[in-house]
Design a protein around this ligand. Sequence first.
Ligand code: HXC
Length: 260
Amino acid sequence: DKREYLMVERRGANDCVAVITLNRPKALNALCDPLMEELARTLDEVESDDKVAAIVITGSEKAFAAGADIKQMQDLKFTKCYSGNFLSGWDRVSRCKRPVIAAVNGYALGGGCELAMMADIIIAGENAKFGQPEINLGTIPGAGGTQRLPRAIGKSRAMQLCLTGDLIDAKQACDWGLVSSVHPPEKLLDEAVSIGEKIATKSKLIVQMCKEAINKSYDASLTEGLHLEKRLFHSTFATNDRKEGMDAFVEKRKPNFTDS
Ligand code: HXC
């Protein structure tokens, strides 16, 4: 494996889950450009593998990711940021067609928290800490934090986190709806893989439609979102898997999905 900043393995029944582990321990997985480029390339790779039904992104027990790389940004000037559209490549993660599960142990700060929020599902270890401490560095969240965090936890809480730079623990994050469940750190990855395995028993095609519809709820008006949902719902009736799923229910057997 020629990767420098992350590791990839297949887990779960029939290797259906791709697990990507951020691996830059010396910098608590600070998300430097080469790491994010590697992540984007790796997502291209695992998404073109038909066996892969879900993707897990995780870090170490100490840190999911402690943010964008402060040392890399230290001497950066506006002109270069703007003309090079600094960090624009990060949205690759939010454009995955397969469901992405972030399994967060330890610190998920700044860009690390934003990376987790680009995933479709976040689960956390009991030791997880989330926050947007950019304000302490004289900057603001730049990879979705000001938009995804209020949608996840509400305006008042998002304001408080972003304006004070305070961190919240896993329990708080769960109570506030940022993460869906909390687990002992050593069990977290298995839990993420088992969610992925469960998704893998469904039709990939229908899963993709469902994910597209839910994601629309984040960037459209209710009317527009409901319209897309209805059209995608109608579209499931153009697939073999919709017919198979309902046939199987009526015939009291398990469906045999063919992703078609
Ligand atoms: C570069 C980082 C880093 C980061 C940690 N390190 N976070 N390097 N960028 N974001 C490096 C440290 O410099 C140190 O390197 C090593 O990792 C270990 O970190 P320590 O600070 O010694 O560890 P600890 O005392 O345990 O403290 C952990 C910590 C702290 C609380 C997470 O590292 C911290 O506050 N990090 C910065 C968090 C942050 O502000 N994140 C937001 C970044 S801005 P050396 O070489 O000294 O051993 C951002 C902008 C996003 O994300 C905008 C769009 C993406």
